[in-house]
Design a binder for this molecule. Structure first.
Ligand code: NAP
Length: 317
């Protein structure tokens, strides 16, 4: 079972969650049930993954068979980039809840600061290209706060926001974000953003903690000809030394930094292994090796969105 970290609201979050984007739909329900059986208590989804219904079915199954109760699990979903208008936030969250068959989500994040025009309510799949919409993110945040006041979300947060955007949201906020979910791994460790967030009581959640090897497009584009992270000799040697698999080393390096991690796996052995990172210690020497792997290359840079006025990655953090 994963340890829990404290959010700035006093609520707890299991430090290791299951990422669910790109888990094939036909195995998702069973994968989530298996994950619960094996000790996962935290699930990360989003409208944009178009998989909330399968996750909802799995949760319902495990509530009904008594494996867990609603209070035992922590579910994160996200506000899609089309629904930043203040009038769209509540219906977007309500639709996520309907698909998840839940009364509340534990955490609702603004998936990205990049607002796009609403393509219509919930009839189409995610991933549609629509026009940019310049929108005051503070207005979106005020509507997010209402989700907490109305009990639809226990906590609210951000994803893919840079430091300036975080401070803009925090200025005058009635509820502070608890989390910023961003790309973090040993090659892109986000030390500056983490320090900045820590000073404001905000935790980081690391997406792509393994370098997202299931995303071949990203790997080919952005790794500068290097081996995928899981095959990097620095990591495989550490794995051998500790009797762990490379993925566990990558997760451990983040877990030890007080970062929440949401690795995705559809493989039962790796899924279980990814929870088992509390039974060994990385030494200062190991961390020196890991620090040497930083290359500053952001895989999820989303260059196609560079001309959006709220593109978050123009500044270093
Ligand atoms: P990831 O977790 O870094 O990588 C997942 C891949 O790693 C899968 O292909 C998996 O393959 C493999 N893997 C998992 N554990 C392993 C291990 N111990 N050893 C070897 N291989 C292992 O990348 P990700 O799925 O892109 O990111 C994780 C989650 O973050 C997503 O599922 C999603 O929930 C979230 N996310 C959020 C954003 C955002 O904008 N907020 C963006 C991207 C992702 P097998 O299935 O074969 O094990």
């Amino acid at each position: 079972m994963a340890r829990e970290l404290s959010l700035n609201t006093g609520r707890k979050i299991p430090q290791i969650g299951l990422g669910t984007s790109r888990i094939p739909k036909d195995i998702l329900e069973d994968t989530v049930c298996l994950a619960i059986e094996k000790g996962y208590r935290h699930f990360d989804t989003a409208f944009a993954y178009y998989n909330e219904e399968e996750i909802g079915r799995a949760l319902k199954r495990t509530f009904e068979d008594g494996t867990v109760t609603r209070e035992d699990v922590f579910v994160t979903s996200k506000l899609a980039t089309y629904y930043h208008s203040e009038d769209d936030v509540y219906p977007a969250c309500a639709e996520s809840l309907r698909r998840l068959q839940l009364d509340y989500v534990d955490l609702f994040l603004i998936h990205s600061p990049l607002s796009l025009k609403n393509p219509g309510y919930f009839t189409t799949k995610s991933g549609i290209e629509t026009e940019y919409l310049e929108r005051d993110l503070k207005t979106t945040w005020r509507a997010m706060e209402e989700l907490v006041f109305s009990g639809k979300a226990r906590s609210i947060g951000l994803s893919n926001f840079n430091s300036q955007q975080i401070d803009y949201i925090c200025e005058g906020a009635r509820i502070k974000p608890v989390i910023n979910q961003v790309e973090v791994n040993v090659r892109f460790p986000q030390h500056q953003l983490q320090k900045f967030c820590e000073e404001r009581g905000i935790l980081l959640t690391a997406y792509a903690p393994m370098g997202s090897p299931g995303h071949p497009k990203l790997i080919q584009q952005n790794t500068d000809g290097k081996l995928p992270l899981l095959k990097d000799p620095a990591i495989t040697k550490l794995a051998e030394r500790h009797g762990k698999n490379p993925g566990q080393i990558l997760l451990k390096s983040l877990v030890d930094r007080n970062i929440v991690v949401i690795p995705m796996s559809t493989n039962p052995e790796r899924l279980v292994a990814n929870l088992q990172v509390y039974d060994f210690t990385l030494s200062d020497e190991d961390f020196k090796i890991i620090s040497g792997m930083e290359d500053g290359i952001r895989q999820f840079a989303r260059p196609a969105r560079e001309d959006h006025p709220d593109y978050p990655f123009r500044i270093p953090f």
